[in-house]
Design a protein. Structure first.
Length: 232
């Protein structure tokens, strides 16, 4: 059995302790490296509050010294919009069709999967690892009918099940998660409210040194690291 190639995508604007909680929990439960993949400027909303290079730099600072967490810049190198289905197709061309691949997503993002481009094709390309946030447990009975039908028979309880097939399974992370929101952090910075304790210390220093988020950016729905709509 081969370890899954796990991508955890998001704007990470900025990366916060909630993101790290998800990444570390997935690393420990899956027993494999988690690749944090910052999205390029999203096509569906104004650019993030920090540029791509700045967001990538904050990611590197946040995971420094954390075993099993790495930064993956593949979407920043793409010239076209960062559609998840195209990212996965490119990855398959790179690593082949047999190795297990998984997308780590937040529960809110997973619930909105039917709005993603070619969303049904994603199950042929990758597994899904879904991180539930506090008070937002998710199950097939709580999903939109189309999605509930699509995942029928795909849900698994054992992380080892992701190693026995290349794609198609859905695993839920059941551990408690932090309630941080990148949108709320940006607003706190812009409003002069306390925020430093919500992000890694090195990231807080970077934000202050570069004067980021002086004005709050538009909300991205990014709670507990759920990849925003740019990843659709």
């Amino acid at each position: 059995m081969r370890d899954p190639f796990v991508l955890y995508g998001g704007t990470f604007d900025p990366i916060h302790l909630g993101h790290l909680a998800i990444a570390k929990a997935a690393r420990d439960i899956l027993g494999t490296t988690i690749r944090l993949m910052p999205a390029a400027d999203p096509p569906h909303r104004p650019p993030p509050g920090a540029g791509a290079a700045e967001r990538a730099a904050m990611l590197e600072l946040a995971i420094a010294g954390e075993p099993g967490l790495v930064v993956d810049l593949r979407e920043l190198r793409r010239e076209e919009p960062s559609w998840s289905v195209e990212t996965l197709r490119d990855l398959r061309r790179e690593i082949g069709q047999s190795r297990p691949v998984a997308l780590l997503v937040g529960a809110d993002s997973f619930a909105g999967l039917p709005s993603w481009r070619e969303w049904r094709a994603l199950f042929d390309l990758a597994h899904f690892v879904v991180a539930n946030r506090a008070g937002s447990a998710i199950g097939a009975g709580e999903l939109a009918p189309g999605l509930a039908e699509a995942i029928a028979g795909r849900e698994v309880d054992d992380a080892d099940a992701l190693r026995t097939a290349a794609a198609g399974a859905v695993l839920y992370l059941r551990q408690p998660l932090h309630p941080q929101s990148a949108t709320a952090i940006r607003a706190a910075i812009a409003g002069g409210e306390p925020w430093q304790a919500l992000v890694p210390a090195a990231v807080a220093r970077y934000i202050e040194r570069h004067g980021l988020y002086a004005r709050a950016a538009a909300g991205d729905g990014d709670i507990n690291g759920a990849p925003p709509g740019a990843r659709l």
